[in-house]
Design a protein around this ligand. Structure first.
Ligand SMILES: NC(=O)c1ccc[n+]([C@@H]2O[C@H](COP(=O)([O-])OP(=O)(O)OC[C@H]3O[C@@H](n4cnc5c(N)ncnc54)[C@H](OP(=O)(O)O)[C@@H]3O)[C@@H](O)[C@H]2O)c1
Length: 326
């Protein structure tokens, strides 16, 4: 495993990390979480991602119980959580980054995770109704109280990120250090174009989500929806059309010859492709079972074999035009 700095922050994250969205509670209990996190850790993973809203708090409880069993030194790994949607429907408690919610939210997350602090505290989405200044001050206070060490944004626009950094600079507050964006072979635009400036101007970090587009890029949806896959889960029907879209599946199939030339799986190729981008700090992988963790971790060995020629062939499959062709 190689490690990359989280943007301009002084900590390094493993190139691959492990997250718990969909999986923890729905597919992964404490025993399986211990197995998956254990296999990731054995491969060198030092960062585990979570969120308050995942399985309505249960995902944090499972990760907390797993960490307890695994018994690793707290200083040897990083854990994140994210807040925005909330756990209650009442006014001020959902879809917000107001001061009250953030302060109460972090306390709940720490209780469920059985931790004294999280390493990275993310604003899970931007909140157009709370002044960014209020959010930046509240998170600064959370960091000053020792309940979080660094903070980041998730799916904020480049303009919102720049505003948060500038407010923090003006008041000498802790600045956000990383974005958590979706980035994979099907979703490139925002990461590669809109965020180019924040990577250049602020050396902002990035913790990538859904590297396999929820499993689509593994090729497993080529012959219909497999049993036990994410697309069969109750409440995730909205994913089904994307995972079975004929155009998407044709692109995935076209990657197969490249994967076989490299002697790797489609999952490994797709994750390795993300690692080629120097603006990526870590790719947060997801897995419903330990075999997937073991397979995905090997993407770090595939990444150095992606030559410019292979990268161009992949661009052609996904219809990406080079700048001089535009
Ligand atoms: N900030 C945000 O808004 C946001 C949003 C989404 C995710 N995230 C973070 O990013 C993490 C990763 O996202 P994701 O779970 O969507 O990642 P993903 O890599 O796109 O999808 C992971 C899923 O694909 C399937 N899979 C993975 N490896 C496989 C393999 N080798 N062979 C066959 N199937 C495989 C598994 O599902 P099945 O076995 O069920 O098919 C697995 O749960 C999350 O856990 C979360 O921490 C953040």
């Amino acid at each position: 495993m190689r490690y990359r700095y989280l943007g301009r922050a002084g900590i390094q994250v493993s190139e691959l990390s492990l997250g718990s969205w969909v999986t923890f509670k729905n597919q992964v209990d404490v025993k399986a979480a211990v197995e998956c996190m254990g296999a990731a850790h054995e491969a060198g993973v030092n960062f585990f991602d979570n969120a308050e809203v995942y399985a309505h708090g249960k995902s944090e409880e499972i990760m907390g119980a797993a960490l307890k069993q695994l018994g690793w030194r707290r200083s040897s790994y990083l854990v994140s959580t994210k807040i925005f949607w909330g756990l209650e429907d009442s006014v001020n408690e959902h879809d917000t980054l107001n001061r009250k919610r953030l302060i109460e939210g972090i306390n709940g997350s720490l209780r469920r995770l059985q931790l004294d602090y999280v390493d990275i505290f993310f604003c899970h989405r931007p909140d157009p109704n709370t002044p960014i200044e209020e959010t930046v001050w509240a998170i600064h206070n959370i960091i000053e109280s020792g309940k979080a060490l660094y903070w980041g944004t998730s799916e904020w626009s480049a303009g919102e990120i720049a505003a948060a950094i500038e407010i923090a600079e003006r008041h000498h507050l802790h600045k956000p250090v990383t974005e958590q964006p979706e980035y994979n072979l099907f979703r490139r635009e925002r990461f590669e174009k809109e965020y180019a400036r924040i990577f250049k101007d602020y050396r902002y970090g990035s913790t990538i989500w859904s590297p396999l587009a929820s499993g689509l890029l593994t090729g497993k949806y080529g012959n219909g929806i497999p049993q036990d896959s994410r697309a069969t889960l109750k409440g995730y029907d909205w994913l089904r059309s994307r995972l079975t879209d004929k155009n998407n599946l044709a692109k995935v199939q076209a990657l197969e010859p490249i994967a076989s030339e490299l002697g790797c799986s489609l999952a490994q190729l797709s994750i390795a492709w993300i690692l080629q981008n120097p603006n990526v700090s870590t790719v947060i992988t997801g897995a419903s079972r330990v075999e997937q963790v073991r397979e995905n971790m090997q993407a770090v060995e595939v990444a150095p074999r992606l030559t410019p020629e292979i990268m161009n062939r992949i661009d052609d499959i996904f219809g990406v035009k080079k700048d001089d062709e535009e």
